[in-house]
Design a protein around this ligand. Sequence first.
Ligand SMILES: [Zn+2]
Length: 203
Amino acid sequence: MPIAPAASEFNYPRIVDHPWDHSPITVYIDNKSVPPHYSPTYYTQVQKALNYWAEGGNGKLDYTPVFKIVDSEKADIRIRWVEDLQKEQGVPPRVAGDAIPYIVNGRFIRVDITLGVGFSQWGKWVPYSDTAMLAIAKHELGHALGLDHSNDKQDIMYPTNEQINNTNPILSKYGSLLLFAIYAILAIAVFLSVSYILGRVAK
Ligand SMILES: [Zn+2]
């Protein structure tokens, strides 16, 4: 007797089930006009991410994508890196990548993927590790293949995969401590000035 797949298999959130009406899907990776903090190893991570999806990815695609890397900006999927994703794409802080599909009659005609290269924390530049870049590239390519966000934390399409979470955990730990210290100092300052003003009023 065949085992019925879990209900979530049918309900997996998709932007479009079959976004591309042709194969192979052409991909342009812009490693020429790159930002100052770009690492040449990021290109390899994008290649690995393409292989991940070509080999089945997270198992949520209804088709098997075939990619062809081309040296033309007229490609189906265009990937580029920018120094400051917040400034250039207007995304919320800590978002590491975005994918914008152009949809005509229920099909993608083009997808623009923009990837960040790191972020600034307490005045220090924190570059994305190759591991982080691979996760970001996989996630954004998932969108370019029609998948939407999953609410399964283990899934590559879970929204936090767009965010920085594995670059420098020690720094972020101290970061929140520092933030707490700043709030504490502010609270004390406010308390002191209020009591100073109240003290003067009382006099
Ligand atoms: Zn996303």
